[in-house]
Structures are given as C-alpha cells and as structure tokens.
Ligand binder design. Structure first.
Ligand code: AMP
Length: 352
C-alpha cells in the first residue's frame, strides 16, 4: 500500500525537524498537519494545518488523526498511551517510542539485540550512585532515564562525595549511570526502513559534540570510522528489524578501539543527517517520508565528495549575515525566536 501525493501527513511535534520534513513533503506534493502544544511552532508556518494541543489530549489527537492519512513524529518525548487513538495510522508505531524514550529500556533492548553499549546500571538515589561508581569505575555519567536531550539531565560523578550534587543536578529522578567510554570519535548511522522491511543507510557521519550538543557532522567520516561501517550498519538493521520500525532510525555510536559502541538511538530523523538535504540524492527527511508512505526508498549516495554541517547554536545565529554572503554555504534558519544559549537556531552545510 502506498499513500499517494495530495495526501496529508500528520507530524507530532513542531520543531525544526518537523519544519524540514514539511518542506520535503511539499516538494513531493504532500501537505502536512502539525500537532504541538506551543503557540507558534516553527514547523507550523511551512505546513497547511496546525492543531495546538497537548500530546496527551486524546480528543485532539483523535480529531487530528481523522484529518491525516498517516501520522509520524519528529521527537520521542511523547506520552505513549494517548497515541492509541491513532491506531495503525501512526508510523513508526509506539514500540520504537517506548524503547527510545527510557534510557534503561533502551539499553536492555539494545543488549537483547546483541549490540554493545557502555557498561551501565540503573540508579535511583545517592547510595546507588556510589555503588555504581564502585562497580563501573570512576568517572560515571549520570543520565536521567527520561526527557534528556542535548546533554540535559546529565552529570558526571568522579567521587562518592559528588553523588548527592549530581543527583540534585539531574532533578532527583530515576537515572542510569554509565561508565565513561574512551572513544576516538563519535558517529551516527541514519537508516531508513520501509513498510516491506527493506532498509537503506546513509554514509556514516562523524559527529563532534561540545557540552553534549552536536556542533558538526562530517561525511565522509574518515577511514577509521568507515572501517566500522559493516558492523555498525548491521547493528542498526538488527535494531530496526527487532522494533519492526518503519521510517528513519538513527543510531549514535562511539568509535572505540575495541569497535563501535552504541550510545543511544533515536526513532526519527536526526540533526546529524541534515547534511543530506543538499549533500545526498535523497535527504533523510524525504527518505523518512518515502518509508512511511510506502514509496520506494531513495538513493542515499552523496552528490559530491562529501559535506560538513555546522549547527548554529544560540548566538551563533548572529553570524547569518556572513554565512549568507559566503559562496557555497547553504544556510538554514529555523525561525524559532529568541536565540537562547544552547538552542539550535539553524545550520549551515558546505559541500566538498
Ligand atoms: P547523549 O545525550 O547520551 O547523546 O550524550 C551527549 C554526549 O555526551 C555524547 O555525544 C558524548 O559526547 C558524551 N557522552 C555520553 N555518554 C558518554 C559516555 N558513557 N562516556 C563518555 N562520553 C559520553
């Protein structure tokens, strides 16, 4: 079954990922309907329809679903139970969300797929943090199980005396503690899996983070990372198959001396795939749409020798006047309003 052009794609979440997805949808002749609790989400201004409602508003979700031919999501922190009203219309389904929105269930699931993750423990208080420090070795990284993103809800613990402050810092909520991984680099696999189970991966992307936030993504990722491509893509396929995921699935890795270690998964399009908009024959956004619409997956090959994407975070966005004058620089601004520190305001892609 494929959903033809002219149909309406519902997107839960109205951030920049939804905005770029809506632009890709328009190119293929589809229209989008955004559901988001905020007043003026940046995806709504490039979409045909907007419903302002909470993600837990079952009546609003029911009406929204009735107006869409398929519904997808652009971020994973959505309560799962109310989504039942969307039934089969929701693609990918709730299984991918459930696994990805809780770091403990994610790690257990990944281990069940035979995929390597950093040694970890569940922790629910300072005593367990101290015990994790003993078991995993110093330092450990505390991460809240839910609602963490861009380094939020995380704190390093080096010594037992720091446990209480770290527990406070993450808001005294259920967490996981991870051993520190010594890695040469970080990279991601962006995989699309179709309704028929076929899958297609973009070239591995090398990612550089600062303060837990992605700064740059580069393709080709370099020989050391590309040597891990077979293992990393096979693991991403195994994860996608186990979830019966349909759409784009992102797997973030640490490139360690002993091989690739999965940091986390995102059941959606991802910041590290933005280079594909200009840098690949099919962008990650179009690829996600093709997958959920039941169309053939597109060609993920790079159109040139590679690309670098640089995020414009907070006040970086003020550099737009220089970037817009720079030959070859492809500027994206998300129109998100105030350039708060740590907020992703736009990005720029440069092809090689
Ligand atoms: P996350 O929110 O899990 O993606 O973490 C944000 C960033 O923190 C990662 O991209 C890494 O740069 C760093 N990080 C996360 N977990 C670990 C770990 N176990 N060891 C070392 N660095 C980590």
């Amino acid at each position: 079954m494929s959903i033809p052009p002219g149909s309406t794609i519902g997107i839960l979440g109205g951030g920049q990922l939804g905005r770029m997805m809506a632009v890709a949808a328009a190119r293929l002749g589809y229209q989008c309907h955004i559901l988001d609790p905020h007043e003026r989400p940046c995806a709504a201004e490039v979409s045909a329809c907007f419903t302002r409602a909470g993600f837990d508003d079952v009546e609003a979700l029911r009406r929204f679903g009735a107006q869409c031919d398929v519904v997808t999501y652009e971020f994973e922190n959505i309560p799962v139970a109310p989504l039942a009203v969307l039934g089969d219309r929701l693609v990918p389904g709730t299984r991918s969300l459930e696994v990805a929105q809780d770091r403990a269930s994610e790690k257990r699931f990944l281990e069940g797929c035979g995929v390597r993750v950093a040694p970890w423990r569940e922790v629910g208080g300072t005593e367990e943090i101290v015990a994790a420090l003993d078991a995993l070795g110093s330092p450990i990284l505390l991460k809240s199980r839910r609602y963490g993103y861009d380094g939020k809800g995380q704190a390093w613990v080096h010594r037992a005396e720091e446990a209480e402050a770290a527990w406070q810092a993450i808001g005294r909520q259920p967490a996981v503690a991870e051993a520190r991984m010594l890695f040469d680099a970080e990279f991601s696999v962006i995989l699309a899996r179709g309704r028929n189970g076929e899958s297609s991966a973009f070239p591995l992307t090398r990612n550089r983070h600062e303060g837990g936030i992605l700064r740059t993504s580069t393709v080709p990722a370099g020989p050391a990372i590309d040597a891990m491509a077979d293992v990393a893509i096979a693991a991403a396929r195994a994860i996608g198959d186990r979830l019966d995921h349909v759409g784009v699935l992102t797997v973030e890795y640490f490139a360690c001396a002993e091989g690739p270690i999965v940091n986390e998964i995102a059941p959606r399009v991802h910041n590290s795939g933005h280079w594909t908009i200009e840098g690949a024959y099919t962008s990650q956004f179009e690829q996600h749409l093709r997958a959920i619409l039941g169309l053939p997956l597109g060609d993920p090959s790079p159109v040139t020798g590679g690309a670098t994407m640089e995020n414009l975070i907070g006040s970086d966005v003020e550099r737009w006047t220089d970037i817009v004058a720079e030959p070859g620089a492809m500027l994206h601004l998300y129109h998100k309003g105030e350039a708060r520190s740590g907020r992703k305001m736009g990005h720029v892609t440069r092809l090689k």
